[in-house]
Design a protein around this ligand. Structure first.
Ligand code: ADP
Ligand code: MG
Length: 492
């Protein structure tokens, strides 16, 4: 990963990295953009193809209202301007998986213009990335070249599916920022329910434009890395590309504007084709489709259906629960996690709500996420009910068990159906807060180590921890640590 956030050091001085992303997000809808064919994932090839999708002559496109609403909702989600009039154009090109010979897209008049997304990078203030536009367009079919040595296959199930192409301004300055942008956008569309965001299934694909220039100088020539389908690959592709361009520029050469592909096996990008220009596509308004008109009423009706979005949720979590920036961002990134968190917070009975909420956040981000990762589980697959996590935190809050013992209880929670309270009772794990018991243990330890006590009194204060260790051991780790500390101090 490139270390310096903004500048890359070369032999001949520093370079600034300029990145702009075009993201294709498949719209979550039952039918395609202009036909009634199903959009289910993973069906048999060519089973979801209407005459229109297959490019049969005389077929007329009919706009799917749901897809338009989804695009509007997404635009509102990133604070864009929804255009009351937008126009569908034909983008003409010939390819085997495009039976019509053109893709219906929006070129001059997209449905959404402007907007922004705030991205978060660990330990840094958030950065605002401007969005240029969102337009609606059809997806193409799929060519399959690796099933037969002599033939290529065509699957048209994807042909005509609705895509939102979301174009950013060239405002990202590092691979980390580009990755954070995709993460945030994916989180947003998932919250909105406008795209499932499953990159590995191709529902979200990233074209990354990247160039280098001297700080303060005009932007350099860019290369475009096409169809990156994971956030990790995006980071790797951009890292590779930075050093490829850096080498060319420092040798005094020129970067060619071209389309490149990332090879995840080699970790390299390679040239795919020279950059085509817009005029090559001979865009013109599709004569089968009237301009798309959306009324303010419709826009407001869609706005009214929107639930709390990640940024608002994060702000509320920070105010209501006193969470740090980092914790709040981690918890709101996925709506399922945020909902789970709030369920646990509401179930906890502790009087000090904020303290309990913070403790629950720590447990969720630490122990629970750790175990989920180890066992490859999602939040819905946890082997204990959310009420048990609330109960565990309550037991810590009311002093029944220490945080350390709670970790042992947590491990048992995974493997038994028992509640934390039952586990604590069954295993006799209650914290010892009876001062007479603690005092007796302390007296014994001090008596057995009289020489060390003398050393302590003559200035070797670091022995305090040594005594604590022995006392805790004598009480099997169950003594209330605060009490042990206080009593030991007074006795010494
Ligand atoms: P095109 O339509 O040819 O793809 P655009 O001007 O629409 O070109 O830009 C496409 C993407 O490339 C946008 O995301 C934009 O931010 C980005 N971009 C434009 N110029 C540069 C540059 N010099 N370096 C990096 N990215 C750039
Ligand atoms: Mg482009």
């Amino acid at each position: 990963m490139v270390e310096n956030e903004n500048l890359v050091q070369g032999r001949t001085g520093q370079w600034e990295v300029i990145i702009g992303l075009e993201i294709h997000a498949q719209i979550a809808a039952k039918a395609k953009l202009f036909s009634g064919s199903s959009t289910d994932f993973g069906s048999d090839p060519n089973t979801q193809v209407s005459f229109l999708d297959a490019g049969m002559p005389g077929m007329l496109p009919i706009i799917n209202k749901v897809c338009v609403d989804q695009a509007i909702k997404t635009g509102l989600g990133f604070h864009g301007h929804i255009n009351e009039i937008s126009v569908f154009d034909r983008k003409n090109y010939f390819y085997a998986d495009l039976p019509t010979g053109y893709q219906i897209s929006q070129f001059h008049y997209p449905i959404v213009t402007g907007g922004y997304i705030d991205i978060e990078l660990e330990g840094k203030p958030s950065k605002r990335i401007a969005i240029t536009r969102l337009h609606l367009e059809q997806d193409a079919g799929k060519s399959i070249h690796d099933l037969h040595p002599d033939f290529s296959y065509i699957d048209l199930n994807r042909a005509g599916m609705a895509l939102m192409e979301i174009v950013s301004e060239p405002e990202m300055r590092s691979p980390a920022q580009a990755m954070a942008y995709v993460k945030k956008l994916r989180s947003l569309v998932r919250y909105l329910g406008t795209c499932d965001g499953n990159m590995e299934q191709g529902s979200m694909r990233v074209d990354a434009n990247i160039s280098l220039c001297r700080p303060g100088e005009p932007f350099g020539t860019r290369a475009e890395i096409k169809n990156v389908n994971s956030i990790r690959f995006l980071g790797q592709a951009l890292d590779y590309e930075i050093y490829r361009q850096l080498e060319i520029l420092e040798e005094g050469g020129a970067v060619v504007q071209e389309t490149r592909l990332f090879d995840p096996v080699k970790g390299e990008t390679r040239s795919m084709r020279g950059k085509e220009n817009a005029h090559d596509y001979r865009y013109f308004p599709d004569p089968d489709l009237k301009p798309l008109v959306v009324t303010q009423e419709r826009i407001e009706a869609i706005r009214a259906t929107m639930t709390e979005l990640p940024d608002d949720k994060r702000n509320r979590f920070q105010i209501d629960y006193g969470l740090s920036d980092y914790d709040a961002n981690v918890l709101v990134a996925e709506k399922e996690i945020a909902d789970y968190y709030e369920t646990v917070v509401k179930a906890a009975k502790s009087q000090d709500t904020k303290q309990a909420a913070k403790l629950i956040a720590n447990w969720l981000i630490g122990e629970v996420f750790g175990a989920m990762n180890r066992e490859s589980l999602s939040i819905h697959q946890l082997p204990f009910p959310s009420s048990h996590l609330a109960e565990l935190v309550d037991l810590i809050m009311d002093g029944t068990i220490s945080g350390k013992i709670a970790k042992d209880v947590f491990v048992k929670m995974w493997t038994t159906a028992k509640s934390p309270a039952d586990l604590v009772a069954d295993l006799g794990l209650q914290q010892i807060s009876d001062t007479s018991v603690i005092e007796a243990a302390i007296d014994q330890v001090l008596k057995d180590n009289a020489d060390k006590v003398d050393d302590y009194k003559s200035g070797k204060v670091q022995l305090f921890g040594f005594f604590i260790g022995l006392i805790m051991k004598a009480l099997k780790g169950k003594a209330n640590p605060g009490l042990v500390n206080d009593i030991l101090k007074s006795k010494l």
